[in-house]
Design a protein around this ligand. Structure first.
Ligand code: SAM
Length: 555
C-alpha cells in the first residue's frame, strides 16, 4: 500500500512537470491540434488532486513538509468530494469531515499551481480505516484540473462539447458555496496518464451549466453499468453493418436516404433505420437532413478502404465472439477459451479452415498501420538482409523492403500462410528480393543483419517465448539486431489497448501482453539484451534487442 507521503510527492511531481497543451492529448488522445489549442487557450492546468487520511494534524503537517508542500492558508470545507465519498461508502455526508488544502507548486514555466489535498482525518481505531484503504488503492477521487478563467456559460458549454466529443464522459460535479466555485468532472477512459478523471474548475456559480452536465440521471452508477453491459451489442452492430455492406453503400460527404440504403444493401428499411440510429450513437454514422452520412470512423469498415477494419469486425463478432462467451472458463482454469470452445488451438483451427485463415491474415493487415514508422529505424541503413519470423502475410516485410531497395528479405511462416504472403509481396513489387521458408520457429535462418518478431511473443507463454527467442539468438550473428513489435502493458494503471489485448490473448490464444521489464527478462534469459524502445501507432511499441556480449573465456 502506498503511503500518503509517497502519493503527495508523486502528485506534486506530476503538477510540476506538465502543462495544459501537453497534458490534454494524453488525457483525450482523440483531440486534434485545433481542439487542443482551443482548450489550452481557455483552460489552465491548475492542479492535481488526491485525498489523504492522516491520523492527526501533526502527521499531516509532517507528510506535507516531507513532500515539499507547505501552505499557511486555512483549510476550507469540501462539499463535492465529501458527498462523493459519502455516497460511494454509503455513509452520511455529515460524518465525513473533509477539508481542502491547496499548497502551491510551480509548473515547468514557473506558473503558480497547486496540489489539491482533500483531507479526511482517520484517527487510530476509527471506523473509516476501510474507506481509507479502499480510496488509497483505487484513487477514485484523483483527478487533474483545468481552471477556466473567464467562465461565461457559452465558454463552459463549448469546452464541455469538445471534451464530450473526444471521449470524455460526464462524471458528476457540484457547486461549493464555501469557495463560490463550480466543478465539472469528466471520466477520461482512454487516458494515457495515470489520471482518468478531469475537472473543469470555474470560479462562480454556474449551476445552470452544471444541471446540463449532470443530466437527470447522469450520476447513477446503474446507468453507467447498463452502458458497459451492452458492449457485446456494439461489437455485433459494427459487424452487422460491415457484413451487410452498409458503410460501402454510404458516402462521407453526402447524406444517404434510409430507403435507398435499404434497397442497395438488401435489408429491411425499419431494421436498417434502427441499426443506423444505434451506429449514430457510436459515431460510426451521423444524422443528416436527408438520411445518414458515413463518418471517418465508419469509413474504416468499408471493404475497399486501405487498412480496412472490416475483417477485424467479422472476426471479433464471429469466432472470437463465441470464445469470449467462455471468458470465465479462461479465468477459472488459466486455459484458453478458444480451445475449450472449438476443440483445438486457434492457429490449428484456422489452418484447417482456409476462409478463417484468410480472414485472420486480413484482420492482421487491418492494424498494420502500427508498422508505419518501423522502416525508418536506423538499423536498416547498414543492413543487407532482413528475416521476418512468422511474418504473416508480409505486410511489414513489404514496407521494409519498399523503403530500402538495397535490402533482401526472408519470410518464415507456416506453409498455409505463405501463398498469401507471396501474393502480397508481389503486389508490393518486392517478389524478386524476397525468399520464403515454410517452417517453424526452430527454422530461423542464420546470417542476417536484422530479425523481426512482430506480434508473435504475445501469442505464447513465457517458456515458449524463451524458446523462440533462443532460436533467434542462435541464428543471429554477433552484430545482428532483433526488432520486436508488441503492445506493452503500462505499469502505472494508464488505460492502454494492451490491457484489453491481454484479456484477448488469455481468452483466445493462451498468450499474454507484457510490461517492458517482463520482455527485458525474457530476452535476458535467451542471451539477448533490450537496448531501446520507441512507440508506434495503435498503442504498440518497437523493442530493439541485440545479442548479449559474452565474456571472452578463451583466455
Ligand atoms: C499474430 S500473427 C502475426 C503475423 C505478423 N508477424 C504480423 O504482425 O502481421 C502470428 C503468426 O505466427 C504464425 N505462427 C504460428 N505458429 C507458428 C510456428 N510454430 N512457427 C512459425 N510461425 C508460426 C502464424 O501463422 C501467424 O501468421
Amino acid at each position: 500500500m502506498m503511503t500518503d507521503t509517497f502519493r503527495l510527492r508523486a502528485t506534486a511531481a506530476f503538477v510540476r512537470e506538465h502543462d495544459a497543451a501537453a497534458l490534454l492529448p494524453f488525457l483525450l488522445p482523440e483531440l486534434d491540434g485545433l481542439e487542443t489549442r482551443a482548450l489550452a487557450e481557455r483552460c489552465r492546468f491548475s492542479h492535481a488532486a488526491l485525498v489523504v487520511f492522516p491520523p492527526d494534524p501533526e502527521t499531516l503537517r509532517a507528510e506535507l513538509a516531507a513532500s515539499g508542500l507547505l501552505s499557511d492558508q486555512a483549510p476550507r470545507p469540501s462539499v463535492v468530494v465529501r458527498d462523493r465519498l459519502a455516497e460511494r461508502h454509503r455513509r452520511g455526508a455529515d460524518t465525513l469531515d473533509v477539508t481542502i488544502l491547496r499548497p502551491p507548486v510551480h509548473g515547468p514555466d514557473g506558473v503558480h499551481r497547486t496540489v489539491e489535498v482533500f483531507v479526511l482525518p482517520v484517527p487510530p481505531g476509527s471506523d473509516l480505516a476501510e474507506l481509507a484503504r479502499h480510496e488509497r488503492a483505487n484513487e477514485d477521487e484523483a483527478h487533474v484540473a483545468f481552471a477556466v478563467d473567464d467562465p461565461d456559460p457559452l465558454v463552459l458549454h463549448g469546452l464541455r462539447a469538445i471534451l464530450l466529443r473526444r471521449g470524455a464522459v460526464p462524471d458528476g460535479g457540484g457547486y461549493n458555496p464555501h469557495e463560490d466555485a463550480t466543478v465539472f468532472y469528466f471520466g477520461t477512459p482512454q487516458a494515457k496518464v495515470r489520471y482518468q478523471r478531469l475537472e473543469l474548475y470555474a470560479p462562480g456559480d454556474h449551476r445552470d451549466v452544471l444541471d446540463v452536465h449532470l443530466g437527470p440521471h447522469a450520476d447513477q452508477p446503474a446507468e453507467r453499468l447498463l452502458r458497459l453491459l451492452t458492449g457485446a451489442w456494439t461489437t455485433q452492430a459494427l459487424a452487422a453493418a460491415a457484413e451487410l455492406g452498409v458503410p460501402d453503400a454510404m458516402d462521407t460527404r453526402a447524406d444517404t436516404d434510409v430507403a435507398d440504403l435499404a434497397r442497395a444493401t438488401g435489408t429491411h428499411p425499419d431494421g436498417l433505420a434502427r441499426l443506423l440510429r444505434y451506429l449514430a450513437m457510436l459515431g460510426v454514422v451521423a444524422w443528416g437532413r436527408d438520411g445518414f452520412r458515413l463518418t471517418e470512423l465508419g469509413a474504416l469498415l468499408r471493404a475497399d478502404e486501405p487498412h480496412s477494419m472490416r475483417p477485424l469486425a467479422l472476426l471479433y463478432a464471429g469466432p472470437f465472439y463465441r470464445s469470449f462467451a467462455q471468458l470465465a472458463h479462461a479465468v477459472r482454469t488459466g486455459r484458453d477459451a478458444f480451445e475449450h470452445t472449438f476443440g483445438e488451438h486457434h492457429f490449428a483451427h484456422f489452418a484447417r479452415h482456409p476462409e478463417l485463415a484468410d480472414l485472420f491474415d486480413r484482420s492482421m493487415a487491418a492494424s498494420s498501420r502500427m508498422f508505419e514508422p518501423v522502416p525508418a529505424h536506423p538499423v536498416f541503413d547498414s543492413a543487407r538482409r532482413v528475416v521476418d519470423i512468422a511474418g504473416g502475410n508480409g505486410a511489414l516485410l513489404g514496407r521494409i523492403l519498399t523503403a530500402h531497395p538495397h535490402l533482401t528479405g526472408v519470410l518464415l511462416e507456416r506453409p498455409h500462410v505463405l501463398a498469401g504472403a507471396r501474393r502480397s509481396l508481389a503486389v508490393a513489387g518486392c517478389a524478386e528480393r524476397c525468399a520464403y521458408v515454410a517452417g517453424d520457429f526452430a527454422d530461423v535462418p542464420p546470417g542476417a543483419d536484422v530479425y523481426v518478431l512482430a506480434r508473435i511473443l504475445h501469442d505464447w507463454d513465457d517458456d515458449r517465448c524463451r524458446e523462440i527467442l533462443r532460436h533467434c539468438a542462435d541464428a543471429m550473428p554477433a552484430h545482428a539486431t532483433l526488432l520486436i513489435v508488441e503492445r506493452v502493458l503500462p505499469t502505472d494503471g494508464a488505460a492502454s489497448l494492451a490491457t484489453a489485448w491481454d484479456l484477448h490473448m488469455m481468452c483466445n490464444v493462451g498468450g499474454r501482453e507484457r510490461t517492458l521489464a517482463h520482455y527485458a527478462r525474457l530476452l535476458d534469459d535467451a542471451g539477448l539484451s533490450l537496448v531501446g524502445h520507441r512507440s508506434l501507432p495503435l498503442d504498440a511499441t518497437l523493442l530493439h534487442a541485440r545479442r548479449t556480449a559474452r565474456p571472452d573465456v578463451t583466455g
